[in-house]
Design a protein around this ligand. Structure first.
Ligand code: KE4
Length: 426
C-alpha cells in the first residue's frame, strides 16, 4: 500500500528533494510531505486516504475550490478541441478583455505560463522602456525565480535561508537594489544613490511571501510618487494578491495605479498562466511590436485559458468576494479567540481571501518582525493541525488561502482544531 513516506522515498530517487518546487518539501516544518491523490471543493486527500481541509489552494489558484464543475466542464470542452496550437486562439483575447475591464490602466496583456515569467518579462520591459539597468525590490518579497529577482527573496528562498540564490552572477545581482517594505526612506535613499539608473521598483503591494504583510498608509502612494519623480516604472506583482484580496487586486483596495502589473495563479484556475498588463505605450515595446523580446510555447494555452475564464466567471459572480471575505474573517476571528483562550503568542489576519497566521502576539508590519516569529512553535503548531486534518502552507513565511468552497462547518472545524493545537502549545 502506498504511503506518504514510501512515495517520498520513491520520489527522492528521481526528483531533486522529491519535489518539483522547493517549498513543497516541508523543509521549513520538517516531516514528510503529503502526496496528494485528489482534491474537491475545500478538501484534499493524500495517498493514505486522509482528508484535509485545504488552506493552500495550490498556493492561490484554487479560489473557487478544487475541481469545480464549471471549471472542469470548460477544461473538458477545450481539451476535446485540442490541447495546444502554438497559434492565436479567441479565448486568449477573451481572458485579456476581462483583465483590461478590471484594471483600467491595463490596455494590453501578454500571457505567460507562470508568475516567474510574468515578473521576469515585466522587469525586462521596464529596463527596455527606460533604458536603465538597476531595479529596486524589497527584502522578503518574492517574484519567482528570475535571476535578478532571487536577491533577498521571500517564500522558499527565505524559508531555507538562501534569500540570495547561488548561481546568480555578481555582475547581475549588483543591479538589484534592495529596500525594506513599509520603509519609504529606504527607497528614497536608493534613488538618491543611483540617480537616473533605476528602471523600476517591483513590489508585492500586499506581500504574501514573507507571510501576509499589509502596506502602511501612504507607503504604496509614496512609491508611486517616487517612481514618477525619478522616471522609473512602478511594477505591482499581483500574482498572489490579484483577483484574491479583491476582484481588482490590491491596487483596487489601495487606489494606487502602477505602470505595470504581473498576474498569475487565479487567472489560470489551477492551470499554468501568468500575465503582464499595462498601458499600450509601455507594453508595445514588447515583441513583435517592439525591441523587448518575449515568447513562450504554451503561453495562452487554450486549456489554461478555459480554466482561467471559467474561474473568472465564478469569482465575478455578485457577492463572491463579500462571501469570501466574510468567511475568511470568521476564521481569523476564531483563530485569534483560540489564541487568547490558550494564552499563546499567536495571531491571524486577512484581506479578502488572502490570510496570514503568525507565532507572534500582534501581526507583523515588516520583514524583521516576521523573522522574530517562534519558528519551532510554528512547526509544532503546523503538525498538530496537519494531524487534525487541516492543511496549511508548510512555512511560517507563507500566507494562506481561503476559498469560495470553504463552508461554515469547515471554518468551525478548523477553529476547533486550532483551539486544541494552541492549548497543547501553551
Ligand atoms: P510562479 O512562477 O510560481 O507561478 O509564480 C512566482 C510568483 C511571483 N510573484 C508572486 C507574488 C508569487 O507569490 C509567486 C509564487 N508564489 C509561491 C508561493 N509563495 C508559489 C509556490 C511555489 O514556489 O511552489
Amino acid at each position: 500500500m502506498s504511503t506518504n513516506s514510501s512515495e517520498f522515498e520513491r520520489a527522492r530517487k528521481v526528483l531533486v528533494g522529491g519535489v518539483n518546487s522547493a517549498v513543497r518539501a516541508f523543509r521549513a516544518v520538517g516531516g514528510t510531505p503529503r502526496f496528494i491523490d485528489r482534491a474537491e471543493g475545500a478538501y484534499m486527500w493524500d495517498v493514505e486516504g486522509k482528508r484535509y481541509i485545504d488552506y493552500l489552494g495550490s498556493w492561490g489558484p484554487m479560489i473557487a475550490g478544487h475541481s469545480h464543475p464549471h471549471v472542469l466542464a470548460a477544461v473538458e470542452r477545450a481539451a476535446r478541441r485540442g490541447l495546444s496550437f502554438g497559434a492565436p486562439n479567441v479565448m486568449e483575447s477573451e481572458l485579456a478583455e476581462r483583465i483590461c475591464a478590471l484594471f483600467p490602466q491595463v490596455e494590453r496583456v501578454r500571457f505567460t505560463s507562470s508568475g516567474t515569467e510574468a515578473a521576469m518579462s515585466a522587469l525586462r520591459l521596464a529596463r527596455g522602456f527606460t533604458r536603465r539597468d538597476s531595479i529596486v525590490k524589497f527584502e522578503g518579497c518574492y517574484h519567482g525565480t528570475a535571476d535578478s529577482l532571487l536577491v533577498k527573496a521571500g517564500s522558499g528562498a527565505l524559508a531555507f535561508g538562501t534569500p540570495s540564490s547561488a548561481g546568480v552572477p555578481d555582475d547581475l545581482a549588483r543591479h538589484t537594489l534592495v529596500a525594506q517594505y513599509n520603509d519609504l526612506a529606504s527607497v528614497e535613499a536608493l534613488f538618491a544613490a543611483h540617480p537616473g539608473r533605476i528602471a523600476c521598483v517591483i513590489v508585492e503591494p500586499m506581500p504574501g511571501n514573507m507571510n501576509l504583510i499589509l502596506p502602511e498608509p501612504g507607503f504604496l502612494a509614496g512609491l508611486r510618487a517616487l517612481c514618477t519623480k525619478h522616471g522609473a516604472l512602478l511594477i505591482f506583482d499581483e500574482v498572489m494578491s490579484g483577483f484574491r484580496v479583491a476582484l481588482g487586486g490590491a491596487q483596487q483596495l489601495v487606489d494606487v495605479v502602477p505602470d505595470l502589473s504581473a498576474f498569475g495563479k487565479v487567472i489560470g484556475g489551477g492551470m499554468p498562466v501568468g500575465a503582464i498588463g499595462g498601458p499600450a505605450a509601455i507594453m508595445e515595446m514588447m515583441a513583435p511590436l517592439g525591441p523587448v523580446y518575449q515568447a513562450g510555447t504554451l503561453s495562452g494555452n487554450p486549456i489554461a485559458m478555459a480554466a482561467g475564464l471559467a474561474t473568472m466567471d465564478l469569482i465575478a459572480e455578485p457577492g463572491f468576494f463579500e462571501r469570501l471575505g466574510a468567511g475568511c474573517a470568521r476564521l481569523v476571528e476564531g483563530l485569534n479567540a483560540a489564541a487568547r483562550e490558550a494564552g499563546v503568542a499567536f495571531c491571524a489576519r486577512h484581506r479578502g481571501g488572502l490570510a496570514g497566521l503568525y507565532m507572534l502576539a500582534t501581526p507583523p508590519a515588516s520583514f524583521a518582525q516576521v523573522q522574530a516569529q517562534d519558528v519551532e512553535r510554528f512547526r509544532r503548531f503546523y503538525h498538530l493541525m496537519l494531524d487534525e486534518g487541516v492543511y496549511l502552507p508548510p512555512s511560517p513565511v507563507e500566507a494562506f488561502f481561503f476559498s469560495g468552497a470553504h463552508t461554515d462547518a469547515d471554518v468551525d472545524a478548523t477553529i476547533a482544531a486550532a483551539r486544541r493545537a494552541l492549548r497543547a502549545l501553551a
